[in-house]
Design a protein around this ligand. Sequence first.
Ligand code: SF4
Length: 381
Amino acid sequence: MEKRYVLTPWEVKGKIDYKKLIEEFGVKEIDDELLTKIKKIAGNLHILLKRRFFYAHRDLDIVIDEYEKGKKFFLYTGVAPSRSTMHMGHIIPFILTKWLQESFGANTYIMVPDDEKYWAKKGDLKSIREFAIKNIKHVIALGFDPDKTFIFLNTEYIKHLYEIALPIARYINLSIAKATFGFSGETSVGLIFYPALQIAPTFFEENRCLIPCGIDQDPYFRLQRDIAEKFGKNKAAEILSKFLWGLQGPDSKMSASKPETAIFLDDDPEIAKKKVMDAFTGGRATIKEQREKGGNPDICCVYQLYYILFEEDEKKLKERYTMCKLGNLICGDCKKELAERVARFLKDHQRKLKEAEKKIDKFMYDGKLAQEMWNKRFKIV
Ligand code: SF4
């Protein structure tokens, strides 16, 4: 049967069959047993895990087993600076990463690949770096521990990254790179080298690396897992998420290039409210029909936002689902409530953004982990 979606590290389009991706990518589903173990250690479970938005993994079970035996792990994720602002979809891996940092005391490394965006011709280097700093402020505002987090721009940290990327690149030939990423004759040689750089931080520590990311990023780390043992190092573990729908419907994705599809962290809270009020819902054409037949929360973008980010209380979430199905809840009221919650979140985030500005140096240069990383010399072979 013809695939109805496109999924690469650069492009996500169409209706994604997440179950099928598990088979296609050879990853494992996060099951109840694993969640119970995580809950036992962490004391609770983040809703992104509990509600299976992060739904698949590679070796997360090993990470947790090793942790139980006293072996630490570290976290690695990133943000690509292609736009000046980030949307709600962009922050989901960071929300889970922050929870994992707090729950397991893990060091956290955040790559900002300005080089990749430049090679991908997403702007001139000066504006890409300006976007990068704005993105970094948003990440800091989410509340990471400044002494356990190192955020780095690739073009600044390249001397260190290069020491690790050098031997990695030796093991990736053009055929492997083409087969993994679909590079063509038009691809810049910078982008062809870039996977070696994206893989490099997985070797920052001797401990095992755990990467929270969207499932589209898996090809990079599949490659890491193919070569790690050649250096006598750990294979990276991954915890993989689905994608947040765009505001236009379940087959859409929040996209920075289509403002109507996304709630941006910089959006004026009043504009964001309007976007929520205009979002696609599973409601009926008229209130009368909705009262008679009920709505469909399973295809509703509003319900999805409650489910993933804006309703932590299981009982209240279930009540909303049932009320919608029975026709006891009307979309206008349901949207209005979400719009208020989104506006509150944005006001709070934008207030923290002002504080984040003052903390940039700590995360990038002079916090405890940042200093260690600038003084570190790597030698993986
Ligand atoms: Fe969606 Fe709420 Fe309308 Fe149900 S009532 S379809 S959950 S907006």
